[in-house]
Design a protein around this ligand. Structure first.
Ligand code: ADP
Length: 426
């Protein structure tokens, strides 16, 4: 077991490419911590810095209370599993799994016993005498996992170990990794861009975007109580409904979210009311997950929107309805771009010896992000539908009038740049 502390860790690649920006995070002893975020957000870079495969540009890494920035990888007692678990092609499965123990000159009888035991747990005991070339992708990943686990390191680092497998195999191996790693009680840091993997595996999830930590918490905290609109949207299997509203406090009687054709009121007793009222007269963004909305009869008098069904979509296990209700929907704002500030900071101190590249993204992505930013500010919106989850029965047909009840407890309220107005509970 081992604890991992990252203290304002920054990584600038040669060519002044800022990949991780002053990131602070702790993995507790025995914890399964998942690093989640879109491709290119710096997850692998972070993992490689912990492994000692990548130098830390600034900040500190502590392993088990020991400053580890300059510790050689072999002295970190870390085992890593990669996306395509590279195996020794000329060794058998047994030889691959046993390799770390052989290097450590362990007793051959014990090695044999340990490899047999582990191969059973990984369901590859019938492949022990085969070479990697004759195995399926799933079996190869199991062997890679076995090789990482066999000498019981203090820390497992896993970099998208399931992403090359087909869906069925991914689910199966996901459950097995979870059971195996937990039974060993070894601290594990697991990188993925797949929200389902993160939600199902993690004790806690850390979400990154553009090299910046967005939020850390248990899967339930992150899903139900996200720190930013980006996090809410990223952890959403259907598209998040994100709507702009003006905050009003008529005669100070209650707090009103004014969406134009629709209004929602929150009593002062609502724990979020005071924080929201600080934005009276201004715009906020309101996040509503499709499963926080439900179809109701026209006579329903609780908090609701009404409109017309534009389309229904069948997703196998559920139906989604797109309701045109005249409420402007806004794109998810990207988190503030701190890279420019880092650039300025570095320029003054010249600590990184060169210009930090200002943007992570490719030029075309950059243009799109800038447009998104303008959209939020100028109120230009891409669609005016809200998405409602209907479950297994399509209660409406396209063109029907529709009334949608809103579970107000599940409203998520953000500033126009996407930060939560009422602080998330952690
Ligand atoms: P993720 O694992 O989240 O997909 P990475 O950590 O691999 O992201 O990469 C973060 C950013 O750093 C990406 O934009 C990537 O192109 C860049 N990057 C990664 N490795 C290098 C490298 N060796 N040299 C320069 N840039 C790199």
């Amino acid at each position: 077991m081992s604890s991992v502390v990252l203290d304002k860790v920054t990584k600038v690649y040669p060519g002044s490419y800022l990949a991780v920006d002053r990131l602070s995070l702790k993995a507790e002893n025995g914890e399964f911590l998942v690093l989640l975020g879109p491709s290119g957000c710096g997850k692998s870079t972070l993992l490689r810095m912990i492994a000692g495969l990548e130098e830390i540009t600034e900040g500190d890494l502590w392993l088990d209370g020991q400053l580890a920035n300059h510790l050689a990888p072999r002295d970190r007692d870390v085992a890593m599993v990669f996306q395509n678990g590279a195996l020794y092609p000329h060794r058998t499965v047994r030889g691959n799994i046993a390799f770390p123990l052989e290097i450590a000159k362990s007793d051959p009888a014990q090695v044999r016993e340990r490899v047999t035991e582990l191969s059973k747990a990984l369901h590859i005991d019938d492949t022990l005498e085969r070479r990697p070339g004759t195995l399926s992708g799933g079996q190869r990943q199991r062997v890679a996992m076995g090789r990482a686990i066999v000498r019981q390191p203090k820390l497992f680092l896993m970099d998208e170990p399931l992403s090359n497998l087909d869906a069925g195999m991914r689910t199966e191996l996901r459950m097995e990794i979870s059971a195996l790693v937990r039974s060993l009680n070894v601290t594990t840091i697991y990188v993925t861009h797949d929200q389902v993997e993160a939600l199902t595996l993690a004790d806690r999830i850390a979400i990154l975007n553009r090299g910046v930590l967005q939020d850390v918490g248990t899967p339930a905290q992150i899903y139900n109580d996200p720190a930013t609109a980006f996090v809410a949207a990223f952890l959403n299997s259907q598209q998040l409904n994100l709507l702009a509203a003006t905050v009003r406090t008529p005669q100070n009687q209650y707090v009103m979210l004014d969406f134009g054709p629709h209004r929602l009121t929150l009593p002062w007793s609502d724990p979020r009311a005071y924080a929201i009222s600080q934005h009276t007269g201004g715009q906020v963004l309101v996040g509503l997950r499709p499963d926080g909305l439900a179809p109701v009869p026209e006579s329903y008098e609780g908090p609701s929107f009404f409109g017309r069904v534009r389309a229904l979509e069948y997703h196998g296990h559920e139906w989604l309805a797109y309701i045109e209700c005249g409420v402007p929907a806004v794109p998810v704002p990207e988190p503030p771009d701190r890279r420019a500030q880092v650039n300025g900071r570095k320029d003054r101190s010249a600590g990184l010896g060169g210009l930090v590249r200002r943007m992570f993204s490719q030029p075309e992505e950059r243009e799109e992000q800038e447009q998104v930013g303008q959209n939020v500010g100028s109120g230009i919106h891409r669609r005016s539908d809200i998405i409602v989850r209907l479950g297994g029965r399509p209660v409406w047909r396209a063109g029907d009038p529709a009334k949608v009840a809103i579970d107000q407890a599940r409203l998520m309220i953000f500033t126009p740049d996407g930060a939560r107005i009422d602080p998330p509970r952690r």
